[in-house]
Each structure stands twice: as C-alpha cells, then as structure tokens.
Design a binder for this molecule. Structure first.
Ligand SMILES: Cc1ncc(COP(=O)(O)O)c(C=O)c1O
Length: 359
C-alpha cells in the first residue's frame, strides 16, 4: 500500500486510523452481515452512529443547549442559499463581509432572496486579508452578519470574529474543528465535510434554535433548518455513509485530545511553513501575515514556470495537491487536522532544497 502526502484543499486527506477502521468493518458492520451503507437509516446500528456523531460534535465544540447540530446535504454551496432563505425576511437587509472567492459566492446567492449590504470588501485585495472590526459598515437591524472564517483559496483566516448586534453566520468549511470556538457567539455555523470532517456529501450546520424557529411559511419543508431540527436530521434519508465517517473522524479527534490539542498542532504545522516562506527571499506569502490561515498556506515563487516546476518535482517526491486554485495560481498547501506533521516537515525540506537549486 502506498500513501502519499496529500495537500489537496478538498476532498482532503483523512486520518489513516479512520480509513482503516472503516475498512475493517466495511463488509460486515458489527456482526450485522452487511455494510453500514446498506442498512436502514432507522435501524439500531445506524441510529447509534448518528447519535454518536451528534454527541461528538456537541462535546468537541462545547455546543450549548441553545444551539442544535444538524446534518444536511448539498454542500456549503447550498448553505449560501439556505441561510438567506431561512433568515432574510421581507424588507430586511443582510450584512456580508467579502473576504474572497467563497464570500463572493455567498453574497451572490443571498441577492436572490433579499437586500445585501457588503459591510467590508476585501475580495480582491492582495495580499489577501480579512476585515478588522472597525472597518465594518454594518446595517442597523440587519437580519444577520455573514463571514467566511477561512478563505480556502487565498488562505486568509479570521483571527477575531466580528461583533455585531445581528446574529453572526459563518462559513467554516475549511477550518471547522481546527481551533477552539465559542459557539454561543454564532447564530449559525456551516461547513461542508470534505476538508476537516470526512467525505463530501454531508454538511454540518450548527444553528441557534430561536433563529431556526422563525422561518417563513413559504419556505419548503426540506429547506427549513427547523424541519431538520425537529427530525434530528432524519427527515429524509441522510447521507449515512458520510455521517458514519464523520462519527469515526470525531472519535479520532477526541483521542487526539480534542480541538484544543488540534489547534496547538495546527499552529505548529502552519508556523513551520510560514517560517520557511519568511526565511527566504525566494518564496512570498500571499495572505497578510495577521490573517494567515493555519489550514491553507499559500505562496508564490518568483515566476510561474518555477511554480510549475516546484509542483512537478514535489509530486515526484510523493507530495501532491500543491497547485494553487485555478483562479489564483501559485502554491497552496492544505494542512487540515488529519494532515500529518511529517508531511509538513518533508515539504519544508523540499522548499529549502528547491530554493538552493533554483534561487
Ligand atoms: C470556504 C468554502 N466555502 C464553500 C465551499 C463550497 O463547498 P461545497 O463544494 O461543499 O459546496 C468551499 C469549497 O471548497 C469552501 O472552501
């Protein structure tokens, strides 16, 4: 068996222990004679998995009783629509921070449902960044304030979440469970699973119960957070296999010491890469240092040909997925929770070697 260092931004590398656990019980789940993905979502085996996954999230993120955890489908992209569909009432305005490509998509979708105020606009700024609190032009009485916790493409991450009288909504697709979080400060958090949580196909949503309850009668049942709350994410057939892997990943995370331990590891891993970038005139980081992501480290080389060569040579050394997003180019190392620290060390060593030969 060969496992390479997979720096992909998502779907991304998963803990090897989790994959092995799933493999071991793939054909015969706990003596049932069938795979977990072949059995009813209303049976006892699946129900135990579903409940454990929910409980693990509640424990790992210390989710208070005021908030409900739900599993949905349609990825974070669908949440760009679900949020305004549920929260943006007639005549209301929603505030959005444009911090880059993903925020921009969220803004475009919200405009289908109502009025949007761009409270700060850094979507095109280079080096890329997030907003400082005093830069926000907030709407009095806004329905909510939306921010993108971590811009996966540019590598700009919010370090201090904005304060607003309006409920705070955040897209945490690429940094959920990577750092400690005060969930009570958020009206809603959403995250596609395929970076830090498991396979694509499941979307994690944490929502304040009182906000979800206010949904308009015109919203179809399947698109209401309230429907999924009332049915414990079993209103229809959920993505059972994905939720099963989520259960195993959260179990793994608890064994690593939980989110606080993960945050320390993530800080250490990303610091190694930023030190390699800052210690050279050859590499140039693309995010403003104050907003550098611990999940997606982005940088440039002096010329595009050198970037192509860098990616190619890294691949030959079994380090894949380093090509920056097609919209921005450059290099991006995605080092989510499950990415091993040895892989970061291998990349740093390769960066030094590559610079010595080509710098
Ligand atoms: C921050 C962020 N938001 C939203 C998305 C879109 O997620 P999905 O493909 O699950 O719809 C992504 C995907 O990479 C992302 O990184």
């Amino acid at each position: 068996m060969k496992r390479i260092y997979n720096f992909s931004a998502g779907p991304a590398t998963l803990p090897i222990e989790t994959l092995q656990e799933a493999q071991a019980e793939f054909l015969d789940y706990q003596g049932s004679g069938m795979s977990i993905m072949e059995m009813s979502h209303r049976g006892k085996h699946y129900d135990a998995v579903h409940q454990e996954a929910l409980a693990n999230f509640r424990e790992l993120l210390s989710v208070p009783d005021t908030h409900e955890i739900i599993f949905m489908q349609g990825g974070a992209t669908s949440q760009f629509s679900f949020v305004p569909m549920n929260f943006l009432g007639q005549g209301e305005t929603a505030d959005y921070i444009n911090s880059g490509a993903w925020a921009k998509k969220a803004i475009a979708e919200a405009k289908f449902f109502g009025k949007v105020n761009v409270a700060a606009d850094f979507g095109k700024e280079i080096p890329t960044r997030q907003a400082y609190a005093d830069e926000l032009q907030l709407t009095p009485g806004a329905a909510y304030l939306h921010c993108t916790s971590n811009e996966t493409i540019s590598g700009a991450q919010i370090k201090i979440f904005p304060e607003s009288d309006a409920p705070l909504v955040s897209d945490m697709s690429s940094d959920i469970l990577s750092r400690e979080l005060d969930v009570s400060k958020f009206g809603l958090i959403y995250a596609g699973a395929q970076k830090n949580l498991g396979p694509s196909g499941v979307t994690l949503v944490i929502v304040r119960k009182d906000l979800a309850a206010k949904v308009a009668d015109t919203v179809p049942m399947m698109f209401r957070y309230q429907t999924h709350i009332e049915n414990q994410s079993l209103y229809n057939t959920p993505p059972t296999f994905g939720i099963y892997i989520l259960c195993l990943v959260t179990r793994w995370l608890k064994k690593q010491g939980g989110v606080a331990a993960m945050e320390a590891i993530n800080n250490r891993k990303s610091a190694k890469l930023y030190a390699a970038i800052d210690g050279s005139d050859f590499y140039r980081g693309t995010a403003l240092p104050e907003f550098r992501s611990t999940m997606n480290v982005t940088w440039r080389l002096p010329r595009e040909e050198l970037e192509a060569q860098f990616i190619q040579e890294a691949k030959a050394l079994e380090m894949d997925g380093l090509k920056g997003h097609r919209s921005v180019g450059g290099i991006r190392a995605s080092i989510y929770n499950a990415f091993p620290e040895e892989g970061v060390d291998a990349l740093v060593a390769f960066m030094k070697d590559f610079e010595a030969k080509n710098g």
